[in-house]
Ligand binder design. Structure first.
Ligand code: DQA
Length: 148
């Protein structure tokens, strides 16, 4: 069976590369995605990668996970991390295992970023490792699928 992992990027992450590079790094989202695709295909895993600035579009994509046969989710909810009960509920509604990723260390930043609506449900949370965090999350997800 073809193993599939969903990767979701929340609002403003389409601006990576030019958006506050001292916080988020200088790599573009397209470059990060390419790297993840390469890693996944090396393991025979397919990725469903999606970015949106819209909460509704992200919810719709999460709801598609069962139909798309995605068995694991790597998500950076970006600013929705700190606000969105709706996105959290969407993940619960499809009952998918997931890792929460943040490029920056949200705990060393403004206090409003310390609260996440996802962390208590996540299998793991990675923050502060820059785009390497996505790689680590994907590696973990791939290993988990292989163990199944
Ligand atoms: C972020 C951290 C969030 O607080 C912020 O709103 C983002 C990106 C990160 O990857 O570090 O947009 O999720």
């Amino acid at each position: 069976m073809q193993r599939k992992i969903m990767v979701l990027h929340g609002p403003n992450l389409n601006r990576l590369g030019t958006r506050e590079p001292s916080i988020y790094g200088s790599r573009k989202l397209t470059d990060i995605n390419k790297l993840l695709e390469e890693k996944a295909s090396g393991h025979g895993v397919t990725l469903e990668i999606f970015q949106s600035n819209s909460e509704a579009a992200l919810i719709d994509q999460i709801q598609k996970a069962p139909d798309l046969k995605c068995e694991f989710l790597v998500i950076n909810p970006a600013a929705f991390t700190h606000t969105s009960v709706a996105l959290r509920d969407a993940i619960s509604s499809v009952n998918i295992r997931f890792i929460e990723v943040h490029l920056s260390n949200i705990h060393s930043r403004e206090s409003f970023r310390h609260k996440s609506f996802f962390s208590d449900l996540a299998e793991g949370v990675i923050c502060g490792l820059g785009d390497y965090g996505y790689e680590v999350a994907l590696e973990y997800a791939i290993n988990q699928l292989k163990m199944k």
